[in-house]
Design a protein around this ligand. Structure first.
Ligand SMILES: [Mg+2]
Length: 429
């Protein structure tokens, strides 16, 4: 018997009319106007993106420009500037990263984030989505609207993000299917191209409801591939991890460092910041962890063939306070320097694992109450929790352990470390 998942597990964000929105963000004269972005490096004359104002006239990605001008006489065409789209991609991801880890960056304008613990409750997931959308429009730009989908797996979260555009926010449960998608064409589903649509038609499958009720083995035969079966399960909300490592419950953060942050001493500050973020999220979700892993990739010129990455895990006593994990980070960092003595670091990722829900381990904590180490750890936990509360209230990095150099304010978000004075309204948030 097929077990349809009842809950939610993923948030998927898709920026609306991305290239055209970046152009409108950069040039106020384009705002509110029909804009088509055209390739900059060829004579090909089709739109590679269209603003919502242009879409209203029927201009889409792929529309030939002569045709687009016929249906939309006021159309403004702008040559693509891919460097700007990448720059804005990083700005947007930095905002999202403040709220959820970027589990899978799917394209320049799409990202999937896995939800954990209390984040999976609809009310909380929606609240996080609202905060993310607001952070993007407040801190990156008013034109940077996005559609967010929340669903049981990555696939249905992506489909949910397509249901409302622009500026959408849609929750989709597997238990609401196939009814919630009955109005959609099969070819509108990501992964069903023209030839697959034709094959499905030949098999007598022309709508979502029929597809939904097929036997997955039958779908596999239509597809001529196990991918068909995977697709069917994905549509039913079931996580298919055949190609991926088994899902291990972890909390992590990673970051590709800007060139100015790559020297070893500065990179260490980034590693500490990532560790603090991960532990703070762990506490928010109500977990303890007993292991810490550090992964780094060195910044080495491409023509030099040498070892370019390092990875190590450390076991620690079950803890939830930031200090325990910063201590583990220090140990691993020293070991990395002993091993490789790298000059510059390009990519850092930290992971907490061996996660245990806090309520499950409380009895042990009471047993060890007399242990002086436990008492210190509890004090550290109280301090860490207090810091979380202050940061939640006054903005990221209002209080941190250690120091943030000036350039870190960009890395951590838009707020200025230490010197930022909270707005009056925030006291009541
Ligand atoms: Mg998009």
């Amino acid at each position: 018997m097929l077990q349809i998942p009842k809950g939610l597990g993923w948030l998927y964000l898709d920026l609306n009319s991305y290239f055209a929105s970046v152009e409108q963000q950069l040039d106020v004269r384009l705002r509110g106007k029909p804009v088509a972005v055209i390739p900059s490096d060829t004579d090909a004359t089709c739109a590679i993106a269209a603003s919502y104002e242009a879409k209203a006239f029927g201009v889409k990605t792929g529309t030939m420009i002569y045709k687009a001008r016929e249906i939309c006489p006021g159309l403004i065409t702008v040559p693509a500037r891919h460097d700007k789209y990448v720059e804005y991609h990083h700005k947007v991801m930095e905002q999202i990263d403040q709220f959820l880890p970027l589990t899978k960056i799917c394209s320049v304008d799409e990202v999937a984030c896995r939800l954990m613990g209390s984040e999976c409750e609809e009310e909380n997931a929606v609240e996080i989505a609202r905060k993310i959308k607001k952070a993007i429009t407040d801190n990156v730009g008013v034109c940077m609207r996005s559609s967010v989908g929340i669903g049981p797996n990555r696939f249905l979260a992506k489909i949910a993000s397509n249901l409302q555009k622009p500026d959408g926010l849609t929750v989709l449960y597997a238990t609401e299917l196939p009814e919630r998608l009955a109005h959609i064409k099969l070819s509108d589903l990501p992964g069903i191209g023209r030839s697959m649509d034709k094959r499905l038609r030949q098999a007598g499958v022309t709508d979502i409801r029929t597809f939904w009720n097929l036997n997955p083995k039958h779908v596999r035969r239509i597809w001529h591939s196990v991918e068909g079966e995977r697709f069917w399960y994905a549509l039913h909300g079931i996580e298919t991890t055949t190609n991926e490592a088994p899902v291990r419950r972890t909390i992590g953060h990673s970051h590709v460092l800007a060139p100015s942050m790559r020297p070893r001493a500065k990179a260490r500050i980034v590693a500490r910041r990532l560790t603090l973020k991960a532990t703070s999220r762990m506490r928010r979700l109500g977990f303890f962890a007993n292991a810490f892993a550090l992964y780094v990739r060195y910044d080495i010129p491409k023509n030099i063939k040498t070892k370019n990455k390092w990875h190590m895990e450390a076991k620690i006593p079950l803890a939830e306070d930031s200090f325990s994990f910063l201590k583990a980070l220090n140990l691993l960092w020293k070991q990395m320097i002993t091993d490789d003595n790298p000059y510059a670091i390009k990519h850092i990722s930290v992971t907490l694992y061996g996660l245990e829900p806090a309520d499950k381990i409380m009895p042990d904590m009471f047993k060890e109450l007399e242990d002086p180490v436990t008492i210190i750890q509890k004090r550290h936990t109280r301090l860490s929790t207090a810091m979380d509360a202050i940061n939640a209230k006054y903005g990221l990095d209002s209080v941190v352990i250690g120091t943030l150099p000036e350039t870190m304010s960009r890395f951590s978000g838009t707020k200025i470390a230490f010197t930022r004075i909270p707005e009056k309204a925030e006291f009541h948030e």
